[in-house]
Every structure is written in structure tokens, then in C-alpha cells.
Design a protein around this ligand. Structure first.
Ligand code: 13P
Ligand code: SF4
Length: 350
């Protein structure tokens, strides 16, 4: 099928549904997919849109944890069949960072942390880049989700309330957020999955304000100070905007650290002629460069999230034409009360 035939078939299928269908896309999708979406956003914006939508079917051009979050919000804490369904055109589109934390492992670590510092007001916080099981773990223990777009608000609120945070799965988002909130580097202790008791003794746990799981995003965590030096040599005078999933030692070299949305807004505000290096996923950086020909925009180092790249117009057409079972995303009802509480507490706060 040619690209034109695919576009025509998609338009015909889309027209049959009207408002009963909502096609959502994350900013890291390829431009050929973004052009087909009803709304494009970062994880936080897409969660809000999913929460407010009354569409019967949500098709999520993104990765599995995003579609699961949409299902959690679309079906609510009671679950069951309320006539609303969520679909993921690329069923294998996962997230390696989300896979780095299981609910079982987090439960075991949570018990050890409480035993090490039983007087602390512990609370779990999970990055929305996590499985539904992990969100249920978090909700069950009174915690909430966060995204890169509201992590400062969520952690700032909890620290102000003298809560002690167990953060998973992204160590770098936790460390960068603590830094942005003015905490010293040793305020965050790193829980290393491969070591007994996370490699932390009770004294270190008691001294910390937060304990971070040692997960990371392979895309953003791969940036190095050497990448910054190389890019600055190639583009002298350029300002670096970087996503908080990057390591602190790299983020510290940037002019600004911000979520996907914050990066997009900073680009929109930039004066014509500004030179920018952007440390996030390449699909978005290339699209920003094309949309702002008056700016000089380059990726810090070109890198694509292969899971985000799995969604294609052809995969989207397959869903709209056949609604195959393997593309339906349905969080088990047993997880919904706790997983919903976890996400809803975030939306209510930030
Ligand atoms: P945000 O959309 O929250 O910036 O997350 C980035 C990301 O890695 C999504 O997978
Ligand atoms: Fe996961 Fe990173 Fe890809 Fe986002 S960019 S889906 S965090 S691997």
C-alpha cells in the first residue's frame, strides 16, 4: 500500500467514528503519525486529556504504560465494561525503564525501607513511566504518580509535608528534581537492585530525604558530559535544553532542565536566530527544528526511542480497520482501585 493509499484509508475509517474516537499521540512519535492524531502531548497532558475524554475508543500512539494509564482513567476505579476501550497500535511498544521496576521488587524494598526507618512518614512516588502493577503498589501505600512535567510540584509538596519519598523507577528524574528543589546531592540515596538491601545501610536510609530506585531511560540516561562538549564545539554559543531523565552531571551543564512540554515552550519563546541544542528524543527535536526555521536547533546527540518508533500509519490503520485483539489494552480490574488512586492523586495535585 502506498503512503497516499494508507492516508486515504485512514481518513475514511476515522470519519466513521467522529467524536466516539480519540487518537492520542506522544511528542516522540514520528511526524507521519503525529499528523494523524487528534491531540499530541507529553505524558502529563495526555493523561489529562484521557481523563477528560468521553470517547468510546482511545487509540494511543505511544507506548504501553501510556495506554494503560489511559485505560485506568477511562474505566475508573471500579473497572468492568463501561463501553470505553483503549488501543495500542504497536502492541510491542513497551518502555525499558518501566520494565526496570516490578511491583514485587518494590514491595520487598518498601518493607526494608520501613524497617530501616520506621518513624519516617514514608510515601511511594512512581513515575508515570511504570506498569499498572507498579501504580497499584504505589496507590495501595497511599502514594501518587508524577510525570517529568509535574515532578517538582509533586516532590515539593511531599517534602514540604515532611514526607520521606521512595521514588521509582527513574533515578535521574528523582535526583534532578531534588536538585531543582534545592536539596543537596546526598539527600537522595540510590537503591541498587542488584545489591542486598539495595546496597544501603540503615544509617544511610535514615539520613536521606528520598530513596530512588536505580532505573533509567536508556535514551536520556546515555547522554554524557562528552556529548555536551562535542555538541558545544560544533555549535558554539548554543544553549542546551535537556530532559530531566538525563544524568545530573549532564543536566548540570545545561542552560535549562525541563520536561518535554517545558522544552517545547522554551523553544517557542526563543528569539529568532537563537542556537539551541536539545537533549531529548530525536523525533521531537527534528520536528521542532522544522517548525522553527528562524532558530538553529540541533539534537544534543541524535537518538531515537525505538519503542516510540514502532507506531506507524500502517499500524494505526490496522487498528481502525480491524480492532485486533492484540492491540486492546486492558488493565486487570483487580489493579484498578489502587492504580486509579495513584494516578488520580497526581491529577488532583498537579
Ligand atoms: P514526558 O512526556 O513526561 O516528558 O516523558 C518523556 C518520556 O520519556 C516519555 O516516554
Ligand atoms: Fe521509555 Fe525512554 Fe522511550 Fe520514554 S523515551 S518510552 S522513558 S525508553
Amino acid at each position: 500500500m502506498t503512503a497516499n493509499d494508507c492516508q486515504a484509508a485512514l481518513a475514511a475509517e476515522r470519519a466513521k467514528w467522529g467524536d466516539r474516537l480519540l487518537i492520542l499521540g506522544h511528542h516522540y512519535q514520528d511526524s507521519s503519525v503525529v499528523a494523524l492524531c487528534d491531540a499530541v502531548g507529553d505524558s502529563l497532558e495526555l493523561s489529562r486529556i484521557a481523563a477528560q475524554s468521553t470517547a468510546e475508543r482511545i487509540v494511543f500512539c505511544g507506548v504501553r504504560f501510556m495506554a494503560e494509564t489511559a485505560d485506568i482513567l477511562a474505566r475508573g476505579p471500579m473497572g468492568g465494561d463501561n463501553g470505553r476501550t483503549v488501543w495500542l497500535p504497536a502492541p510491542k511498544a513497551g518502555c525499558p525503564m518501566a520494565d526496570m521496576a516490578t511491583a514485587e521488587a518494590l514491595e520487598a524494598a518498601w518493607a526494608r525501607l520501613i524497617a530501616a526507618d520506621p518513624k519516617a512518614a514514608w510515601v511511594p512516588v512512581v513515575y508515570v513511566n511504570s506498569s499498572a502493577e507498579v501504580k497499584a503498589f504505589c496507590g495501595r501505600h497511599g502514594g501518587m504518580a508524577c510525570t517529568s512535567g509535574n515532578a517538582t510540584k509533586v516532590l515539593g509538596h511531599l517534602f514540604a509535608a515532611k514526607r520521606k519519598v521512595f521514588f521509582a523507577p527513574d533515578q535521574h528524574l528523582c535526583a534532578n528534581t531534588a536538585h531543582l528543589l534545592g536539596l543537596p546531592a546526598d539527600a537522595v540515596a540510590l537503591w541498587r537492585r542488584a545489591l542486598d538491601n539495595g546496597g544501603l545501610d540503615a544509617t544511610r536510609i535514615r539520613a536521606a530525604k528520598a530513596v530512588a530506585w536505580d532505573g533509567c531511560c536508556p535514551i536520556h540516561a546515555g547522554y554524557t558530559p562528552g556529548d555536551v562538549a562535542t555538541a558545544r564545539t560544533r555549535h558554539p554559543g548554543a544553549e542546551l535544553l535537556i530532559h530531566p531523565e538525563a544524568p545530573v552531571k549532564v543536566a548540570a551543564l545545561a542552560e535549562a532542565v525541563g520536561s518535554t512540554k517545558a522544552i517545547i515552550e522554551a523553544v517557542s519563546r526563543a528569539e529568532p536566530g537563537t542556537h539551541l541544542l536539545i537533549g531529548t528524543e530525536e523525533h521531537l527535536v527534528r520536528r521542532l527544528a522544522a517548525a522553527h526555521p528562524d532558530l538553529d536547533i540541533h539534537p544534543l546527540r541524535p537518538i531515537i526511542c525505538q519503542d516510540m518508533g514502532r507506531t506507524t500509519p500502517e499500524a494505526l490503520l490496522r487498528v481502525l480497520q480491524a480492532w485486533p485483539d492484540d492491540t486492546l489494552v486492558r488493565v486487570p480490574d483487580a489493579l484498578l482501585p489502587d492504580a486509579h488512586a495513584c494516578v488520580q492523586r497526581m491529577l488532583a495535585l498537579a
